[in-house]
Design a protein around this ligand. Structure first.
Ligand SMILES: Nc1ncnc2c1ncn2[C@@H]1O[C@H](COP(=O)(O)OP(=O)(O)O)[C@@H](O)[C@H]1O
Ligand SMILES: [Mg+2]
Length: 251
């Protein structure tokens, strides 16, 4: 891969909703093998940014390149085939199908061979500790396992870049720890680049190589977890709030 074109490169993205600037000149890069955290207060524009990157929301300004190709006008499906895949906040599984078949469908959707799809799906399930669920209907899984399964199905399509919007939403502490473990191994095991929107600061600080902070649709800060944590602008706009909220919840 050419080092100068490799990655998802977004430049100057803007989106307006009836005069509200949901995104205002945001630029970012996401590379294979890294985890980029996307954080910011409610309404900062995080979901809008993922919608724009994945092709569900056309930007009013800016360009998006994936591995050197300009995908700004491409459909979500075409972007998926180019290796840029996203998950949704609500898991979309086939509840009546077995856990194994849900993953095997992901393998097939990613161009995997029909004969090998089930075996590959079983390997993937084992890699996140869900092998014992293989032959159960997906709908029978506990919530935390179901969330991990949704991410695994996206991973089964062999994306180069995977965008996750609040993967820990609604998980308890144990389930969040299990998810943290799964996410942190994904870049090394699969070479994928992850963009993770998440409110759980512990998860973000543990798994991210870099963090991008949005506030009112603009980039407020970016850098390593240490740099972002130490940035006074972030403490004011976001991190301080999150700490207070965590204290209020007794975390
Ligand atoms: N479809 C939409 N129509 C109108 N306004 C929207 C729409 N989607 C998002 N917004 C507004 O854009 C801003 C950013 O929202 P969003 O991207 O959902 O923020 P976040 O995910 O960071 O909480 C908010 O002010 C929100 O109300
Ligand atoms: Mg959101």
């Amino acid at each position: 891969m050419n080092a100068t074109t490799d990655g998802v490169r977004a430049e100057g993205l803007g989106v307006s909703f009836q005069g509200v600037r949901a995104l205002d000149g945001v630029s970012l890069e996401l590379h294979r093998g890294e985890i980029l955290g996307l954080i910011g207060p409610n309404g900062a524009g995080k979901t809008t940014l993922v919608n724009v990157l994945s092709g569900y929301q056309p930007p009013s300004s800016g360009r998006i390149h994936v591995d050197g190709k300009d995908v700004t006008a491409w459909s979500p499906e075409r972007r998926s085939r180019a290796g840029l895949v996203r998950t949704f906040q609500a898991v979309r599984l086939f509840g009546g199908l077995s856990v194994l078949d849900n993953i095997a469908l992901g393998v097939l959707a990613g161009g995997g061979r029909r004969k090998a799809a089930r075996a590959e799906a079983m390997d993937l399930l084992a890699s996140i500790g869900l092998a014992q669920w293989a032959h159960h209907p997906a709908a029978s899984m506990p919530y935390g396992a179901e969330r991990r399964l949704g991410i695994l199905r996206a991973l089964a399509t062999r994306p180069s870049y995977l965008l996750l919007d609040e993967p820990a939403a609604g998980l308890n502490d144990l389930e969040t720890d299990e998810l943290t473990e799964v996410l942190s191994r994904m870049p090394g095991d699969h070479g994928v680049g992850l963009l993770v929107i998440e409110h759980d600061m512990k998860l973000i600080m543990q798994v991210c190589h870099r963090i991008h902070v949005l506030d009112y649709g603009r980039t407020l800060s970016e850098g390593t977890p240490e740099q972002v944590r130490a940035d006074p602008a972030v403490r004011n706009a976001y991190y301080g709030d999150a700490e207070e909220r965590n204290h209020a919840q007794g975390n």
